[in-house]
Design a protein around this ligand. Sequence first.
Ligand code: SF4
Length: 367
Amino acid sequence: MKNIIADIAKKIGIDVIGFTDVVDYSYLQELLVSRKNNGLNSEFEEQNIKKRLDARNILPGCKSIIAIAVPYAEGYKKSQAPNKGLLSVVSYKEDYHRNVKKLLESLAFEMKNFFSFEYAACVDTTPLVDREICKNAGIGHYGKNSLLINENFGSFINLGYLLTDLEIKCVNSQSVDICNDCTICIKSCPNSAILKGGTIDATRCISGLTQTKKYIPLDYRKNMKNQIYGCDVCQLVCPKNKKILEKKTNEDYKILELNLEELLKISNAEFEQKYSSMSGSWRGKNVWKRNALISIANLKLVSLFEDVENELDNTSDMIKTYAYWALMELDSKKASDILNKRYDYENDIIKCEILKLLEVYHDSGNM
Ligand code: SF4
């Protein structure tokens, strides 16, 4: 059965496929509870841990899982363009959720010629622990950055799987330490989010910060540099990705570089038309705009001071919060006059923010 499925996969262009019959993940309960209790989870993870522990919560008769990996980032070099905002390479081309789902649906469709079965196609949107499923299926092993590393394609792989009620004999893959003494990603992480033991503090991860709508602490903002979506650092430095990154390619990754002035002024319709097909845009225009303000501040683009000031009339408290901060970063003397003048006209949330900024910059001698 596995050979037939693997042959179909090859024909429809799936490079990596694996199988597991582990459907009960209750062995992860202790780890997931401890992560949650220690505040290490990302806000995007399912908070109800029970829902995460059994594939039969999604497909009641589930007996096996067919996992696939779709490689990306061939020949990618991180842009050095000055004054631009950057998107993660995972955002290149069509949203991988759609792309991987299409492949899974094609696989299931072709498999129906051989077997009668029920299935559910999953790409990053179920409560299940995708990486653990794919690890068990033999797609790869965990690196210290917690990503799965495939022996041929490294960690630049998008994952997906079919839950099925097929009885497939599987040899489940065991965990293997493939990093050995290497600690490059731990040392390179801009916000020290990679902890010992292959654990990630998702609340510090730059990729997560570019997607959150929660308040970003002042001292994390500088570490976000000019990222508009995602981060990639721990993958770009990983020796296991050297082969894929050094491959020759005709891809043009320039689309991942964004003009920050344009992004500040972009309308909803333009954003939808230009970026909605990208996976990185899923949190909407204002989150990108907030990240553009952070990037402008970090790149010290003083020429955009007035454009940032215009955002103080934005109706979103989130945008105003970061616009006030960005002004202080660009020119704290000029900005403090503006903050003082506008204080009386702001709501209580923004008033608090203004007071905090004036205090922080005053105490640090930057005013
Ligand atoms: Fe492992 Fe080194 Fe890659 Fe980190 S950079 S995932 S430690 S091999």
